[in-house]
Design a binder for this molecule. Sequence first.
Ligand SMILES: Cc1cc2nc3c(=O)[nH]c(=O)nc-3n(C[C@H](O)[C@H](O)[C@H](O)COP(=O)(O)O)c2cc1C
Length: 455
Amino acid sequence: MAKQIRLNAFDVNAAMHNSHGLWKHPESERYRYKDLKYWVEMAQLLERGLFDALFLADVYGFYDIYRGSRDAALRDAIQAPINDPSLIIPTMAYATKHLSFAVTVPTTYEQPYAHARRMTTLDHLTNGRIGWNVVTSFLPSAARNFGLDKMISHDERYDIADEYLEVVYKLWEGSWEDEAVIRDAVRGIYTDPSKVHEIHHEGKHYRVPGPHLSEPSPQRTPVLYQAGASPRGRAFAAKHAECVFIDGHSYESMKFYVDDIRAQAVAYGRHPDDIKVFMALSTIVGTTAKEAEEKLRELTSLSSEEGPQAIYGGYTGIDLSKGDPNQILTFQATDHGQTVLARYTKMSPKEMTYGEVIESVKKIGGRAVVLTGSAEQVADQMQTWMEKTGIDGFNLGHLVTPGSLKEVIDLVVPILQERGVYKREYEQGTMREKLFGAGQSRLSERHPGASYRYK
Ligand SMILES: Cc1cc2nc3c(=O)[nH]c(=O)nc-3n(C[C@H](O)[C@H](O)[C@H](O)COP(=O)(O)O)c2cc1C
């Protein structure tokens, strides 16, 4: 069977995501993000399109590097105002049967003990349809609001995340035995105390004696996503991630990231295909190529000048307003995210000036690859990205909400199905089983987290 294309919707529980300016589009329903009915409709739409998951990004701060102010981000709804992504999941799960949910939570600001219980709760309530996108975050305004003077340095955040994962593996995998809850009314035993264990974690950053507060959920450890493709980020992904999310910009750079992460995973005793890779994508689909081009023109007329620069500042730490437009932008290892800056500097096929970077980020879709064309043309290009890079699918953003997703579901998905590269029905089971096969609800034996299982 040909390799199947996996699709997640890439979203955030906020007034706007990465489609700067497009909240102004007359057909955008984005302003309804505070309404549970909106999310139920979204989840049911995605399930109609047989999407694998709704992937929810998140940030804990304002984008306030550009011009040293949060004003541009607020004016253009750049991931602000923003609500908690995890709280909308149970209702969407109740309204669907198969759709999975991947939720972003930073290791830098949440304590592992509380986070482990929240994820177990979600895994119970969704019946095993939950994933966690492990990030270390990147905004100084978040650091300040969590009581720090400045961000913890980039690589140290990943070191802390490594220990964080060790703590949650111990809680999820090692604390409760499968047979701990017996509900034996005759003997008067709900939980057998001899099968619930402390974890005795004493590390550099965390002290957690345990036990875990929750009983084992269908997957125990949620499906582990990761986003962040700096050298330290890739090493972290190779060890922990089951799914990786990466922005793409050229076939070559995407293939480099995919191959590098998989090669490093092998060094941890894992198989290359233990890691599924998803690339950020946006699409503009027309019934004809001409219609798609007209849509692109319309969307471009709504694009904003400052919003994309505000996003860029937050992600990279570089304030584009401070550079001479003709000056070449060079890579600096800032404590923000390093992947985005690398893309416009050391991973770029040619040197770029500040002016060229501004023009590039202002394009509709921002940093994501944008495919414009008829449904056939978009389907062709999706297949080409799969073939040339080794990715497993796409995190599909939406420019006009929910219209851009409907275009893909109604026009592109049937073509992909016809070509045998997109499922016609869901696999049964948990999120991990749908990704890795029947009987695979729990972490693979090859995954480092499996070594913390109670023996
Ligand atoms: C494609 C992509 C998506 C990301 N999404 C988020 C996110 O939703 N929330 C967040 O706090 N960080 C996100 N990050 C960044 C991570 O927080 C990351 O741990 C940190 O900034 C370091 O990133 P780096 O390894 O790319 O330098 C994302 C990174 C990439 C490359």
